[in-house]
Design a protein around this ligand. Structure first.
Ligand code: HEC
Ligand code: HEC
Length: 270
């Protein structure tokens, strides 16, 4: 296994922006690589995993298995990826690329646009035994080798498919790709964000900025524009990052959190 340990101090960049008329400075810290002490938390597994941990770990593999598992990225385009579709290279090896962030495949957000493949979603597999789903994940549509994803790890993904999916149509308008206001408890979302997420992202979600150059990308920006992706991230955490996940909260709590974070500032001068 590749060991990729970077010391966080080397990767921190602090940019201070002063607003006209604002009383305080906005300090924005760029995303940082995790330190060696967090390596096991980010890429490893606990000795006695809880179901919640397994679901989150499976969800991170679904998002991006090589970032989640600290493997070399795959080379070339996935032979199972339809030749008629538009993506190429390593992206075509991510589960989400064929089945969507919303798990709805061609019936969800990826029913059109550059991510369209025509491949169905995986909601139909919900509730099936993980062992049954596991066999599907080793079929010809899924040419992952043991070096890429081991059986133990694939079983986590199968468990995630069996027990960890949420029907995002309950809170995302599939036409506009926006969070449906009132689909969750806004005040509950505020409480969770301020006590759980703000430690890293700040009270207004702008303490971390993963935009490039002049473009800023905050929690609010992502939640407003890519709620399906953000829901997957908050349920399971961002692969390879020392971020918490909300698996120990209820689905309704996560939907409440989405209702709140979709209202956070989307840009530097909000
Ligand atoms: C290159 C595209 C592609 C990628 C990447 C991909 N799949 Fe699939 N998957 C398919 C196709 C095609 C099918 C068969 C769909 C059908 O039955 O028509 C399928 C079927 C499934 C099914 C069965 C759905 C059902 O309702 O029976 C599950 C579950 C599944 N995939 C999960 C995953 C997971 C988890 C990953 C990542 C480890 C993944 N897939 C990666 C293309 C892909
Ligand atoms: C312990 C610190 C920490 C906590 C707590 C935390 N995060 Fe994160 N979060 C991170 C890091 C680190 C990243 C990765 C940034 C990067 O490198 O892209 C991240 C990334 C994200 C992203 C962006 C993912 C993407 O698409 O790139 C979102 C959205 C997010 N966090 C939301 C939340 C929410 C909502 C909560 C509360 C449930 C939360 N985070 C709690 C550290 C944290």
């Amino acid at each position: 296994m590749k060991q990729k340990i970077l010391f966080s101090s080397a990767a921190i960049a602090i940019s201070v922006t002063l607003f006209t008329g604002a009383a305080s400075a906005q300090v924005s810290v760029e995303p940082q690589e995790h330190g060696p002490a967090q390596q096991e938390f980010v890429h490893g597994a606990p000795q006695l995993p809880s179901l919640e941990w397994i679901l989150a770990a499976g969800g991170r593999i679904y998002d991006n298995w090589w970032e989640a598992l600290d493997r070399d990225p795959p080379e070339g385009t996935n032979p199972a990826y339809p030749a008629s579709a538009q993506q190429e290279g390593e992206a075509t090896w991510r589960c989400k690329e064929c089945h969507g962030w919303d798990y709805l495949g061609a019936e969800g957000i990826y029913r059109q646009g550059s991510h369209f493949t025509g491949i169905p979603g995986i909601m139909g597999a919900r509730g099936y035994p993980a062992e049954t789903i596991f066999r599907t994940l080793r079929d010809a549509n899924h040419p992952y080798t043991q070096e890429m994803i081991t059986d133990d790890e694939m079983l986590r993904v199968a468990t995630f498919v069996s027990q960890g999916l949420t029907d995002m149509r309950a809170f995302i308008n599939m036409e506009t790709r926006r969070v449906i206001p009132g689909s969750g408890d806004f005040e509950r979302g505020r409480a969770i964000f301020q006590t759980t997420c703000a430690a890293c992202h700040g009270f207004d979600g702008r303490a971390m900025d993963w935009g490039e150059d002049d473009e800023h990308n905050f929690v609010g920006t992502e939640a407003a524009e890519l709620p399906d992706e953000v829901y997957n991230k908050i349920a399971n955490a961002h692969p390879g990052a020392a971020m918490i996940n909300t698996r120990a909260f209820s689905v309704q709590d996560r939907i409440s959190l989405m209702n709140y974070i979709a209202t956070l500032p989307v840009s530097i001068d909000d």
